[in-house]
Design a protein. Structure first.
Length: 320
């Protein structure tokens, strides 16, 4: 039976509609598959860049990834680390917080967020994050070290010494932990413990300028001015930027009655810090010891002008 023109037209329209639906379905399916592959690829690329410490690419890939998937705590963590290393600290802080919201036992995220809090000067919040990281991982060396730094900044010297001591016990070759342990013990007046720590640093690295400087300060307090003078000299030979090492060596020379050496070092201090009243004060006294009255009185007058009023007592007695 011959089909009517109307039937043929309906069949044609139906065929076109089916084709359109097929095309639309294909486009939607392709888009979904493409988006899924794209998300997976972004995560892969971001993770590889993170492993290679290419933080610019890490932030680029993972920034796009988390726009598609905001439920991956590891992605937020890596993204936060990348932003932190790029000094985008506020954004990094937000990323670490999102990671912790998704995974409350993420000890690395607590540690990294704590570091950012410490940099921002929020030491109480930093301490809280480091405590949380250590509660989750008691032997977490990085968290102990950073908590020690925070305690040191808060002048909680005993707590700082405990954290640095713990790190040093687990890793005796950790130079920075040994040094900070020594500083903490120094503030606690545990001179013997501080000396052991500084000696260990120098044993591990004989070129460590800061360790010589800190040990020199300790020796000066113990009255070993010859020893402190040697250590300050070693510090200066290794790092000439330590202005306080010049000043402390000058004080050791002063106590050894080596006044010319004292003046030489104080001149170096004054050259770098023209408003250092203490330097002018002891320079004046050293000139007096050498019988150089005019130079002494000038230096003491400058010290007095800068607020070192003890200088005026010497001026009254000697500058007449």
């Amino acid at each position: 039976m011959e089909r009517s023109k109307s039937q043929r037209k309906n069949d044609h329209s139906s065929t076109i509609s089916m084709r359109r639906l097929s095309i639309i379905f294909f486009v939607v399916l392709t888009s979904l598959i493409s988006n899924g592959q794209s998300k997976k690829e972004l995560l892969r690329l971001g993770s590889e860049a993170y492993t290679q410490q290419d933080f610019t690419k890490t932030s680029e890939h993972l920034g796009k990834y988390i726009q598609k998937d905001d439920g991956n705590p590891e992605a937020f963590f890596m993204f936060g680390v990348a932003l932190s290393r790029m000094n985008q600290r506020n954004e990094a802080l937000t990323s670490f917080t999102k990671a912790l919201n998704l995974r409350t036992d993420y000890h690395q995220a607590y540690k990294e967020r704590g570091k950012l809090m410490a940099i921002a000067g929020n030491l109480t919040a930093a301490l809280s994050d480091f405590d949380a990281a250590i509660a989750l991982q008691p032997n977490y060396i990085d968290a102990h070290f950073n908590r020690g730094q925070t305690h040191l900044g808060m002048k909680n010297y005993r707590a700082a010494a405990q954290d640095f001591g713990f790190v040093a016990s687990l890793n005796p070759a950790d130079i920075e932990a040994q040094l900070q342990h020594g500083k903490s013990l120094f503030f606690l007046s545990d001179h013997q413990g501080a000396m052991r720590a500084y000696n260990k640093v120098i044993e591990l690295d004989s070129e460590h300028a800061l360790a010589y400087k800190e040990r020199g300060k300790l020796k000066a307090i113990l009255g070993d001015y010859y020893g402190s003078n040697r250590d300050f000299t070693k510090a200066i030979d290794r790092d000439d930027s330590f202005t306080d090492a010049y000043f402390n060596r000058a004080m050791s020379s002063f106590n050894l009655n080596e006044f010319e050496e004292c003046i030489s070092d104080l001149n170096k201090v004054i050259e770098r810090s023209p408003e250092d009243a203490e330097a002018f004060y002891f320079k004046g006294q050293s000139h007096f010891k050498l019988g150089q009255k005019p130079e002494a009185c000038r230096a003491l007058s400058q010290a007095g002008e800068m607020g070192k009023f003890e200088a005026y007592d010497l001026i009254k007695n000697y500058c007449k």
